[in-house]
Design a protein around this ligand. Structure first.
Ligand SMILES: CC(C)(COP(=O)(O)OP(=O)(O)OC[C@H]1O[C@@H](n2cnc3c(N)ncnc32)[C@H](O)[C@@H]1OP(=O)(O)O)[C@@H](O)C(=O)NCCC(=O)NCCS
Length: 169
């Protein structure tokens, strides 16, 4: 298995077009769907093909089991700002999300030599917020009523970590 990113526990590799159905199923599990905005299949396929984005499957290395996926964007951003666009872990609460985030930070700052890694997150996503802030992300701002849903509008928080903050952690 050729991993793009890995540590001793997880391996992260490119998603294949044939895995888009699985990715969509993961997105639409209620406990995931409430914190993300699922893509249609063709948007996932675009992310797989676009050199500006990285659509990645996360696996447990010991078992080979797929434990989630992540999407990165802005890989050719002239301002050296990468977006950590999506993270879904199906086997929750076992540290896989943190492991993935650490690998993505290392990819952003050590491999690509980018300056900024950013993301947005629904403000009621306490678990993800805890994870991101405990990994050095700072809140840049609040985008009030950014997303319209059937029950009303939802607010997003913008978070980022800069290269010097990553190095001085
Ligand atoms: C958010 C998500 C990616 C985290 O992945 P994970 O593998 O479950 O997370 P980890 O096990 O690595 O870490 C979870 C941390 O949150 C903490 N946590 C768990 N539930 C929490 C809660 N309700 N409030 C605050 N913190 C919580 C855990 O204690 C742990 O922190 P610790 O290591 O300091 O103890 C995953 O749960 C998920 O896919 N959620 C649904 C989709 C989503 O929200 N994606 C992010 C969108 S921006």
């Amino acid at each position: 298995m050729e991993y793009k990113l890995q540590n001793d526990r997880i391996g992260i590799r490119e998603t294949t077009p044939g895995e888009v159905r699985l990715v969509s199923e993961l997105e639409n599990v209620p406990e995931n769907q409430m914190y993300i905005i699922p893509y249609p299949a063709d948007r996932h396929l675009r992310a797989i093909r676009d050199p500006e984005e990285a659509h990645l499957i996360i696996q447990d290395k010991a078992t080979g089991v797929i434990i989630g996926f992540t999407i990165l964007a802005g890989l050719e951003n002239p301002n050296k700002a990468m977006e950590f666009r999506r993270l879904v872990i199906c086997d929750k609460g076992r540290g896989y999300g943190r492991q993935c985030l650490r690998l993505v930070k290392a990819y952003c700052f050590d491999t690509l030599h980018f300056h900024r890694l950013w993301l947005d997150v629904f403000e009621n996503n306490e678990k993800a917020l805890h994870l991101y802030t405990s990994e050095g992300f700072r809140i840049d701002g609040r985008i009030r009523d950014a997303v319209k849903e059937c029950n009303g509008f939802r607010t997003l928080l913008l978070l980022s970590v800069l290269e010097n903050e990553y190095r001085n952690k």
